[in-house]
Write a protein that binds this ligand. Structure first.
Ligand SMILES: *Cc1c(COP(=O)(O)O)cnc(C)c1O
Ligand code: SF4
Length: 475
């Protein structure tokens, strides 16, 4: 406020609210200039960033934008990674990932796009490396309550590859492959190739299996909303996108479809150069619109570094075609578990017309407890994020409750014991009588909590006591 600002009571009304006065119109006008660092969500990497990778030094833009080149050069083995990086990565890091690949429950697959966005001078801290390339040194023991299908997607499947848990919506796992493999994948029981650690359930794209899925969906009048996932819809051929879309849109009970793919976050090139795929999707969206049914795309960005000028071009193309894109992130330690990283992600997604929809607590998945956070972290970040931007661009933070409880707002727990790290949720639309528990990673618990989990004889007691406390709290 300037020194000569009028100070009469009429021009500066002061509201009596416990000693704090509300800002006046005059003060609003004098809002200090914005801190430019709060606008960095608009600054997208737009140079030929891939040329810093030795193997891609000679790759021109047209080649790098070709999705076939991206797919063909995706890295699945340590030897290939070494060929690509040459002297960019340190020897001790290389031996660390050599061991890491061997112990990982997930197959490894990383696109050249992602490899080029990793800061190889500090790969341990890099948020993209942490999501896709396993090391041995970071491996922690799994939580004792972890099992491979922790969300009970198999148990809740009336036919193979269809999970019907909620009343009006179901999850169709159309295939079991993806353009990349994420270490934290909740479907590591099925997705990707068998690894040294896990032999997978098979969910091949297969018309006979799909026919059983369609028959089931058509036979359940309460089903209105189908998520077409996998695996990843990016790996469905364009004629599959069309066939699945048309078959489901033709069912009178179905009102909404979503194709789920991580593709835009890991290989935006496909949206720019695989015309048949994008046209097939557009066609289904338009067919849906004509019969007043919503078809949209759900994707999965986790860190603002994944969003470049290439992403913006790809998202612009979908936006021009009127395709709604929503995002689901997974909260991960050392990736996006800070207000700064999550806030920038939310703002940058909004900037490229992607709606931040959910942020999930990391599921209990084998071999990645070092990527999980405490529930408290989600509670804290959610408070910081809400109010930062438009409400429709503000994600809901959810726990997908282990044991098949479904998605719960992180704040809606009936009890959260911060010492043992057990949070207890109810889920009336799934089962009004059950209690579902989520477990914080043990290494982040206070000493007393770690000591209790160190004694297997106490495990059942820890859980029983948390549920008992939840029962006696008003809901
Ligand atoms: C997430 C999920 C859905 C879709 O839930 P929304 O909250 O509507 O996004 C449907 N079925 C299953 C089994 C799911 O896990
Ligand atoms: S893209 Fe999705 S389904 Fe595939 S590995 Fe990643 S999280 Fe799992």
């Amino acid at each position: 406020m300037t020194a000569d600002a009028p100070k009469s009571p009429t021009s500066l009304p002061v509201v009596a609210d416990g000693g704090r006065s509300r800002p006046t119109q005059r003060e609003h006008r004098d809002k200090p200039p914005v801190d430019p660092t709060t606008l960095i969500h608009r600054e997208l990497v737009s140079d030929e960033f891939w040329r810093q990778i030795p193997a891609y030094k000679q790759i021109d833009e047209a080649t790098f934008l070709d999705y076939r080149w991206q797919m063909k050069h995706s890295v699945t083995k340590v030897a290939k990674l070494l060929e690509v990086l040459q002297d960019l990565a340190h020897d001790d890091f290389i031996s660390d990932i050599r061991e890491g690949f061997h112990h990982a429950p997930m197959a490894v697959r990383v696109s050249p796009y992602l490899l080029s966005l990793i800061d190889w001078s500090d790969p341990y801290k890099d948020p993209i490396r942490r999501q896709f390339i396993p090391t041995n040194s970071e491996l922690l023991p799994d939580h004792p309550k972890l099992d491979l299908d922790s969300l009970h997607e198999l148990a809740d499947a009336p036919v193979p590859g269809l999970t019907h848990r909620y009343p009006d919506k179901a999850l169709f796992l159309a295939l079991d492959t993806c353009p990349v493999y994420c270490r934290f994948c909740t479907r590591s029981y099925a997705v990707g190739l068998d690894t040294d650690e896990v032999e997978k359930v098979s969910l091949k794209p297969n018309n006979t299996r799909w026919d059983r899925v369609y028959e089931y969906i058509a036979s359940r009048p309460e089903l209105e909303d189908i998520v077409i996932s996998g695996g990843d819809a990016y790996n469905l051929r364009s004629d599959h996108i069309r066939a699945i879309g048309e078959r489901l849109l033709a069912m009178p009970n179905i009102r909404r479809l979503r194709f789920a793919t991580k593709g835009p976050a890991v290989m935006p090139q496909k949206l720019l150069t695989d015309h048949a795929w994008v046209d097939a999707l557009t066609d289904i969206v338009e067919q849906g619109r004509k019969v007043h049914k919503e078809v949209c795309l759900h994707t999965h960005f986790n860190h603002p570094n994944e969003i470049t000028q290439i992403t913006a071009q790809a998202m612009n193309k979908l936006f021009e075609r009127g395709i709604t894109v929503r995002n689901q992130s997974v909260l991960q330690r050392g990736v996006n578990d800070s207000t700064a990283a999550m806030g920038l992600l939310v703002k940058r997604l909004s900037h490229v017309n992607v709606h931040p929809y959910y942020v999930y607590m990391h599921d209990l998945v084998k071999g990645v407890d070092n990527l999980r956070t405490r529930l408290q972290t989600a509670l804290d970040i959610e408070k910081d994020i809400r109010g930062m931007t438009a409400g429709f661009n503000t994600p809901t933070f959810v726990t997908d409750a282990p044991g098949g409880g479904g998605k719960r707002d992180v704040h809606s727990y009936d009890w959260y014991d911060r010492e043992t790290g057990v949070s207890v949720y109810r889920s009336p639309n799934v089962d009004p009588n059950r209690f579902y528990c989520y477990f914080d990673p043990i290494d982040l618990l206070p000493e007393a909590g770690r000591a209790r989990w160190a004694d297997p004889a106490q495990h059942d007691g820890i859980i029983a006591e948390a549920i008992e406390t939840a029962k006696h709290r008003p809901s």
